[in-house]
Write a protein that binds this ligand. Structure first.
Ligand SMILES: *Cc1c(COP(=O)(O)O)cnc(C)c1O
Length: 231
């Protein structure tokens, strides 16, 4: 297990480096988020020992169980990358350092109110449904700028850092890149409108991260290529 994770991480870092180089970017500007849903604590420890600094989980319950087993004081960053129900906002904030899947004003309000009570500021990404697939969460592309501005005005304890999307599943290169390019243009317009840095574009998974880097991704979320297929 340790060796395969090590080999996989080496291969992925090399692919990230090559994809970045291929479009004149620097590999340091792309964060590798290891997606650890369904993985054991030992697998996560192995990844952390091999230099992984950021992990993504998509369920609050599973994230909470893992954090309860995780040694205190570790510096691993735990990101929530899956749809969050408003009634789980408090539980989520007890265990997640960021919410990368902000997708409604109701959720944003709940998170901001709880963060204010706890005297915290929570970094968030706005999830955009760039492919239009009905099964996907996220706001519509044309609503993203308005939602960002609403959040900035109404949710003082949230710090929007950019946008997140999931590429069309099983799409061909053109279709997938079109979705990622759309997120990049949403980010660019939002920066121009707000004057904020909004540096992050979280896009790219095991099957499409090289294309995502070509389209400007700053954060790739990779699970199965690191840990093997999920059961
Ligand atoms: C599971 C998941 C990933 C990782 O998918 P892989 O194909 O295993 O790399 C990335 N992002 C989100 C939101 C996920 O739920």
């Amino acid at each position: 297990m340790v060796n395969s994770i090590k080999d996989n991480l080496e291969r992925i870092r090399e692919e990230i480096r090559r994809a970045a180089e291929g479009c004149g970017r620097r590999e340091e500007d792309i964060l590798l988020v290891a997606v650890t849903k369904t993985r054991t604590i030992d697998e996560i420890k192995t990844a952390a020992s091999l230099g992984v600094v950021s992990v993504g989980e998509n369920r609050v319950q599973e994230l909470a169980e893992k954090r309860a087993l995780w040694p205190e004081g570790g510096s691993l960053q735990w990101r929530l990358i899956g749809h969050l129900q408003r009634n789980k906002a408090r539980r989520a904030l007890a265990v997640a350092g960021t919410v990368d899947s902000l997708d409604s004003p109701q959720l944003a309000s709940a998170l901001s109110r709880i963060a204010a009570e706890e005297d915290r500021k929570i970094p968030v990404l706005i999830e955009v449904n760039t492919s239009g697939e009905a099964s996907k969460h996220g706001v519509k592309p044309e609503e993203a700028a308005g939602f960002l501005e609403w959040t900035l005005e109404n949710c003082p304890s949230l710090t929007p850092e950019g946008f997140m999307t999931i590429g069309p599943l099983g799409g061909d290169e053109r279709e997938v890149r079109r979705a990622f390019a759309l997120l990049r243009s949403i980010g660019g317009e939002a920066r121009a409108r707000t004057g904020l840095a909004l540096p992050e574009l979280s896009m790219g998974m095991s099957g499409d991260f090289a294309w995502a880097i070509g389209e400007g991704s700053t954060m790739v979320r990779i699970g199965s290529s690191i840990f093997g297929p999920r059961g």
